[in-house]
Design a binder for this molecule. Structure first.
Ligand SMILES: Cc1cc2nc3c(=O)[nH]c(=O)nc-3n(C[C@H](O)[C@H](O)[C@H](O)COP(=O)(O)OP(=O)(O)OC[C@H]3O[C@@H](n4cnc5c(N)ncnc54)[C@H](O)[C@@H]3O)c2cc1C
Length: 841
């Protein structure tokens, strides 16, 4: 409301000004000053230009007394602000003192999380003026010949071996031959360097392998993801001693060791840094010799691969109460490798994660003694565990879950697009009903976004980035989009999606969704605490500089750095306020776009939201300080705006990487519109809930002077998108590029495509039956087989045509049919000897 009033006052004042003597010159003066702020000049350049403008304005426009006086004072102040010793004494020092008092205390753990990884495109989005060249210049990710051969060879072969019903229902495990294949063909060695016998794949190739397997079996993709993610191989690779690497990496690469990584326990889930598991430095006997080591006591749960693991990457808190290593008693979180058969380790029992039975279970350790050499990186790395984890998380979190979710979503779009075309109700393919169309459009648009985020970010990792904030954005948004796609696929399939059995190709993927939501940073926590909480400090061009300067023990150097950062920051905020206002007023029409054509507008809108976001962030941080961390509702919304801009940028870059496919434009448009609309709504939600209503009003006036005018994709666009994936187009082919779609009797994705091609090819015959048979009364049967028979008898179809249609109908019904069972077949086969734990003891 206040925003609308402020906007109205500005418009009325401007209208009034032009009716007055010198009004036009006044407006020109104001426009010139706004332009200077928009162009983000340095303080000195701004002061000089402003002074010249003021002189010209005084001479030509004869401004009124008070107004002229105000501007005169402003000029004087600007010149004084350029005298650094003066401004340091009067402004910077007192401000820095107050700032230090407000600055929340930061634990070492938080500091390490903040410093982990690199700042990439996420940093540009915080500037309010992202430099697109930086993103567009990046080389599109490509597979090497050997990576492509792995996808076409072992990966394809693996998918052919997987029978998901047998795995999930009959066996509750992968069959032995699949385990053997995974271990011996390098599936657990994608991130291990070649010199240790690993595959040393690029992040992009690693991601493609996971996506392909996920399109076939969630159990298999979860099994493959873990050894290639945060865990023993990754940690050894980066921090292990040469001896540890030489011993373990070749064994892991050959599949002789199966790793797991145990951090979570019953008392520490999301707040993983608070693990109560301990390792006490003490003397003990190892292989008959007395050595200095660790006595470990721990209780872990939810650990993927634990039941079959041979080596456990264990995180615990290390203490040295007798000061055997130095003068520090609490050394902090440490990671060690513990062989499975170490005395005191209890391992082997299984959890049962939502009917998707990848190996997962608890591990306990009671007085487990291991030498200090078992610490990853040796005793020198005692206490560095948390840093190791957060540093490596920035890569793994971009790959494992986003890739698996994308592969599953691509399979979902592929299957649903075809199924909706094949399934007819009310004498029409259900794909043609607007309600179904809108869901299919959403599935396609979200899946395109997921794939764009996955592949462009993997490309950035291969280019040397370790994008920590984007890894959190991908983890959250790609898995949430996957959840939406899974829901939509189930809705469009109706009962076919619900009836479990060998013919059901959707339900296990649907059941797996909450797993992807929970692991590697549960989504609620990731959205509310991590994306913005970490992003705001890490990616902001000035905040980390200011914090570091304020904490600098060298006071004079600290004040100097703080002063530079502070004044650049003030200019930055003013400039973003002006940029936000002007771009919102003009709907970013005059903003520079790095490309021409249909996508140019989306680049412009991203820049506009970037300026509004950067301005809102500064106001929020300045007015709420450390309290913003507690106001999760606000920081999560700001995180959403950042994520939407990031994802829209990924979509635009992906479109470029794929050679600007004209046919994909409706999908690109749907994705960008949806994301930018969401950015607008989240900014609106942020302003609605901002506690200081006056500041909220000022922000609203500068961010939404014309209201919320950005609109979500319309139905016509949705229809175009749905059409692209419910018919055999090149755009549909691109959705199917990675997934397992080989045509054979056990692969529904291959069979659906075969039937879809037939549906299009035989459509004229169906039409002929309708027009020449049903409409003339020659064909009266209610089902297709009866109609084919009557049309053949009436001479409407030839024998060959009738046979083709019968074959098609059989294929379609084979896909539409569901399983049924004898009642006793559904009872669980194995009877537990004794229940291990009472329901609630
Ligand atoms: C199938 C599966 C496999 C796993 N594999 C492994 C593994 O291999 N190794 C391993 O160490 N761990 C593993 N985990 C553990 C996983 O990382 C944890 O489940 C996760 O960290 C969440 O912990 P929690 O389940 O105890 O939830 P809790 O910590 O109890 O959280 C409950 C809810 O509160 C939310 N929440 C918590 N704090 C906040 C906050 N500040 N703001 C907003 N929301 C918040 C969470 O997001 C969550 O939704 C696995 C878990 C599952 C389910």
């Amino acid at each position: 409301m206040l925003g609308a009033v402020v906007s109205l006052i500005v418009v009325v004042a401007a209208a009034y000004a032009v009716t007055q003597v010198g009004g036009v010159i006044t407006l020109l003066f104001i426009a010139a000053v706004l332009f200077l702020a928009y162009r983000r000049l340095s303080l000195l350049a701004f002061t000089v230009t402003f002074t010249v403008l003021f002189a010209a304005y005084t001479w030509l426009g004869a401004p009124a007394g008070v107004w002229k006086g105000f501007l005169g004072v402003l000029v004087a102040l600007l010149w004084l602000l350029n005298v650094r010793p003066l401004r340091k004494a009067v402004i910077t020092r007192p401000f820095m003192k107050a700032y230090l008092r407000l600055l929340p205390r930061m634990s070492q753990t938080e500091k390490e999380a903040l410093e982990a990884g690199t700042v990439w495109w996420d940093g540009e989005l915080f500037t309010g003026a992202p430099k697109w060249e930086k993103l567009l210049a990046a080389r599109p990710p490509r597979l090497s010949a050997s990576e492509q051969a792995f996808l076409d060879g072992p990966c394809e072969e693996l998918c052919g071996m997987l029978d998901d019903w047998n795995i999930t229902h009959e066996r509750a495990d992968l069959p032995p031959q699949v385990w053997e294949f995974l271990k011996t063909r390098g599936f657990f060695a994608m991130i291990i360097p070649k010199k240790y016998g690993g595959l040393e794949f690029s992040a992009y190739a690693h991601s493609c392998v996971l996506a392909k397997i996920a399109s076939r079996s969630g159990t298999a993709s979860s099994t493959v993801a873990v050894p290639n993610s945060l865990g023993p191989a990754e940690l050894l690779n980066h921090y292990g001693t040469e001896e540890q690497k030489d011993y373990y990496l070749p064994r892991l690469a050959r599949g002789e060791e199966v790793p797991c990584f145990a951090l979570t326990g019953p008392r520490a889930g999301s707040d993983a840094a608070s693990i109560p598991d301990t390792g006490i430095v003490s003397r003990g006997v190892w292989q008959g010799r007395e050595v200095l080591g660790l006595r470990l006591n721990f209780s872990k749960r939810y650990i993927t691969l634990a039941p079959v693991a041979t080596v456990i990457g264990l995180a615990f808190r290390m203490f040295d109460p007798d000061r055997l290593l130095g003068d520090k008693a609490d050394l902090g979180i440490t990671c060690a490798l513990i062989p499975r058969n170490t005395p005191g380790v209890s391992i082997g029992r299984r959890h049962f994660p939502l009917n998707v039975p990848f190996q997962n279970g608890p591990i306990q350790g009671k007085d487990v003694f291991v030498p200090l050499d078992f610490i990853i990186g040796g005793p020198a790395m005692a206490g560095s565990g948390w840093r190791m984890l957060v540093e490596q998380l920035s890569v793994g979190r971009c790959i494992s879950l986003p890739s698996s979710a994308t592969g599953a979503a691509q399979a979902g779009v592929w299957a649903t697009g075809a199924y909706a075309r094949l399934r007819t109700q009310f004498n029409m393919p259900v794909s043609r009903f607007e309600g179904v169309e809108s869901l299919i459009a959403r599935m396609a648009g979200l899946t395109y976004t997921m794939d764009a985020a996955r592949s462009v970010t993997a490309g950035a990792i291969d280019g040397g980035e370790r994008p920590s904030v984007p890894s959190a954005m991908l983890k959250y948004h790609v898995t949430e989009m996957g959840r939406q796609v899974a829901n939509d696929a189930m809705d469009v399939h109706g009962g076919k999606g619900i009836m479990l059995g060998p013919r059901n190709y959707l339900a296990r993927g649907y059941e797996l969704v909450p797993v992807s939501i929970t692991v590697e940073g549960a989504n609620l926590l990731t959205r509310n605490l991590i994306i913005f909480g970490q992003g705001a400090i890490r990616c902001h061009p000035f905040v980390l500089r200011e914090m570091t300067a304020a904490r600098n023990p060298d006071r004079s150097a600290g004040v100097d750095d703080f002063d530079r950062a502070l004044f650049a920051h003030v200019g930055f905020t003013i400039s973003n306020a002006v940029r936000s206002f002007i771009m919102a007023l003009t709907h970013a029409r005059f903003t520079r776009a790095p490309v021409q054509g249909a996508t140019a507008r989306y680049y412009q809108h991203v820049v506009r939201f970037s300026a509004s976001f950067a301005f809102a962030v500064d106001v929020a941080m300045l007015s709420l300080g450390g309290y913003l961390k507690k106001k999760e509702g606000l920081s999560a919304r700001l995180g959403d705006v950042l994520s939407c801009m990031y994802l829209a940028s990924m979509v635009l870059k992906h479109h470029e990487n794929q050679g600007r496919q004209e046919l994909d434009l409706p999908i690109v448009e749907w994705a960008c519109r949806t994301l930018l609309y969401h950015a607008q709504e989240q900014l609106h939600g942020f302003l609605r809930n901002f506690p200081n209503r006056l500041l909220a009003g000022v922000m609203r006036a500068l961010i939404f002077p014309r209201g919320r005018i950005y609109s979500a994709p319309g139905d016509r666009l949705g229809r175009k998108v749905a059409e692209l994936v419910t018919t055999p187009t090149e755009a549909r082919e691109r959705f199917g590029q990675l997934i397992y779609r080989t045509l054979h009797a056990d692969n529904p994705l291959g069979l659906l495509q075969e039937a879809l091609l037939l549906a299009v090819q035989l459509e004229p015959l169906e039409k002929r039956i309708r027009v020449e048979g049903v409409n003339t009364g020659k064909v009266t049967a209610l089902d297709l087989p009866g109609r084919i028979q009557q049309a053949l008898a009436a001479g409407i179809l030839s024998e060959t045509e009738a046979a083709a249609l019968r074959d098609y109908d059989r294929k379609v019904m084979d896909l539409i049919n569901v399983d049924d069972f004898e009642p006793q077949e559904l009872a669980a086969q194995a009877q537990p000897a004794a229940r291990s734990s009472a329901k609630f003891a």
